[in-house]
Ligand binder design. Sequence first.
Ligand code: FES
Ligand code: FES
Length: 160
Amino acid sequence: MTRITVTVDGVAYEEEVEPRLLLVHFLRDRLGKVGTPVGCDTSNCGACTVLLDGRSAKSCAVLAVQADGSDVLTIEGLADGDAWHPMQRAFHEEHGLQCGYCTPGMIMAALDLLKDDPDPSEEAIRSGLEGNLCRCTGYTNIVRSVRRGARDMSGREVTP
Ligand code: FES
Ligand code: FES
């Protein structure tokens, strides 16, 4: 067992973990952060995406011990109390989900994308989210949601 210290959604944890434990299982099984789903477990689908030290990471492709000393943000840390994050609200208002399984990863990946490109085109969104798969194939509304989220986060008008 290895002792790690990690901050998740603003709360510091110090835990003993097996060196082979994946970050996604640490988040879900140890911390109860079940808002981060496991889709493929093979780093293909992006459902498990979180922000690791501010950047997008597939948490099934990261060992918990690799997150030692890091700051992790999951979908569960986005809302401010009862107030959704603008990107969460945008997915709701633009119907950017069907079954919802991919949604946490889509939202976290979108937030990473906006760090480099705060006003992404449809093409840039499709390219930026290509590591996140939606089995329901609701990509049109997902792209629209990200554009609206970007607009709401910046106060800009969305361009057609
Ligand atoms: S569960 Fe991590 S990429 Fe699919
Ligand atoms: S909404 Fe069902 S997998 Fe994307």
